[in-house]
Write a protein that binds this ligand. Structure first.
Ligand code: SUG
Length: 444
């Protein structure tokens, strides 16, 4: 049976708040706050364990090597690792923060994935996102590509593409701007790509950057061999980008036949709905859950991350909404969730709440932390076996975090050569736990 699996990013040992991501209001607000990498990683692992326990296939993707001394060398810093860290921390602390971010935890930005039911050659296609809109994230694609290839190794089932050229015209942030709708996971679905910057006649945000371009989406659809009639490129409402919606997954989420979105999410909602209805195939009808701005404002959507929930189908039936605890703390948002659950015209049956505060302070909610991959039984069997979370592996990872992670980090700690050593020791051990081989540059 085809199931949707989630591959969550493990939070790395250098998780910190540096205010690096323009247009991400939470990250800007919490810049310079002390972080707790240990709590962050354990919060993420608790969510993974809970989804595993309700019967969903749950995978783990490792964090990247940070501080990224190799990137600093590419930028002209030389000498011993310690000397490099010392020099950059004195000359360019902002650059040190950029090469130290644990941002690879948000695996919804690791790449775009199209399941085999949608692709011409019947393989699952992956393209790492170039993340070229932000310096700190632009260091991720190379290792993301290696990690994805090591996790989904068998070329009979999995096709891996290179990241798109890292230039503004092809700016790509991966699955955070991509949704798939279908009647059954194993049937051909509709692939919806949402972009913030299109042709010269299309409106663009005025305050914050649009991180996804239409040209990038079109390239992804070609690479993944998607059927043009089942693929839509949809302009995001530029006003919401200016209000802090730096990825579409901050204002909309789709799963199977359900599209849950804010009234102001898209530039042309009627056109989008009509297209979905016209192209729809299969036994279930599409369900549009539009949240009106009178009930939840865009500002409330951004501060609670209501739409950054995961919508999941546990094998036992029903559909769950997986939300961060911030949703429960905002009465109007919580009331909206209750209303959605009470309405029997939609398949939502339950809400699950998680404390993901450490990630949320950097603008990363439940949906940011996971990369969705719909897989057949044979494809699941072809995944690197140690990448799957089991109760034993969960226990091993919790112990690993407790052994290697600090519980407090401030910006000046990023220059501490001891942190680099700790981080490499931890990651070296992790590649054994996950059986990934030498995916890191320091191991090569
Ligand atoms: O790219 N935050 C990330 C959050 C990514 C959330 N992902 C999704 N919506 N899918 C970003 O803005 C903050 C890092 C810092 O400022 O320290 C950051 O990169």
């Amino acid at each position: 049976m085809n199931l949707e699996s989630n591959f969550d990013g493990l939070v790395g040992p250098t998780h910190n708040y540096s205010g690096l991501a323009r247009g991400n209001l939470a990250a800007a607000k919490n810049a310079d706050l002390p972080s707790n990498p240990r709590a962050a990683a354990l919060q993420g692992l608790a969510k993974m364990r809970a989804l595993h326990d309700i019967g969903l296939p749950q995978g783990v993707l490792p964090p990247q090597e940070r501080p990224n001394v190799h990137a600093l060398r590419r930028l002209g810093y030389s000498g011993h690792d310690r000397a490099v860290l010392d020099k950059v921390s004195r000359e360019a602390p902002g650059l040190l923060a950029a090469v130290s971010s644990a941002s690879s935890m948000w695996t919804a930005n690791a790449g775009t994935v199209s399941p085999s039911a949608d692709t011409l050659d019947g393989r699952v296609h992956f393209t790492p996102a170039n993340l070229c809109s932000n310096l700190h994230r632009s260091f991720e694609p190379e290792t993301s590509g290696r990690v994805l290839a090591a996790t989904f190794r068998d070329p009979q089932y999995f096709a891996h593409h290179e990241a798109l050229p890292a230039t503004p015209a092809m700016s790509d942030e991966g699955a955070a701007n991509h949704t798939r709708l279908c009647s059954e996971y194993g049937e051909a679905g509709l692939e919806l790509f949402v972009y913030g910057r299109g042709g010269p006649d299309e409106p663009t945000p005025t305050t914050f950057p649009a991180r996804q371009t239409r040209a990038a989406c079109e390239a992804l659809a070609r690479l993944h061999e998607l059927a043009p009639e089942r693929t839509r490129h949809q302009l995001q409402n530029p006003a919401v980008i200016d209000a802090g919606v730096f990825h579409n997954d901050v204002i909309a989420v789709g799963n199977r036949e359900v599209l849950l979105y804010h009234q102001d999410a898209f530039a042309d909602t009627d056109g989008l709905r009509l297209w979905i209805q016209t192209q729809w195939r299969g036994s279930r009808a599409p369900v549009f859950l539009e949240v009106p701005r009178e009930r939840v404002s865009v500002e409330e959507a951004v501060s609670s991350y209501l739409f950054n929930s995961q919508l999941i189908c546990p094998p036992g039936g029903g559909m769950h909404l997986v939300v961060s605890s911030e949703c429960q703390e905002q009465p109007r948002v919580w009331a909206e969730i209750q209303q959605l659950l009470a309405d029997e015209r939609n398949p939502l049956t339950q809400v699950q709440v998680f404390d993901l505060r450490q990630s949320m302070r950097n603008g990363g909610g439940p949906a940011c932390l996971r990369l969705r991959v719909v897989l057949t039984e044979a494809e699941r069997a072809a995944v690197n076996p140690q990448s799957w979370l089991t109760p034993e592996r969960h226990g091993e990872l919790v112990a690993w975090v407790k052994q290697h992670y600090r519980d407090r980090l401030v910006l000046k700690d990023l220059a501490d050569p001891q942190l680099l050593d700790e981080s490499r020791t931890a990651l070296d051990r992790l590649t054994q736990i996950l059986g990934l081989g030498s995916v890191y540059q320091f191991q090569r």
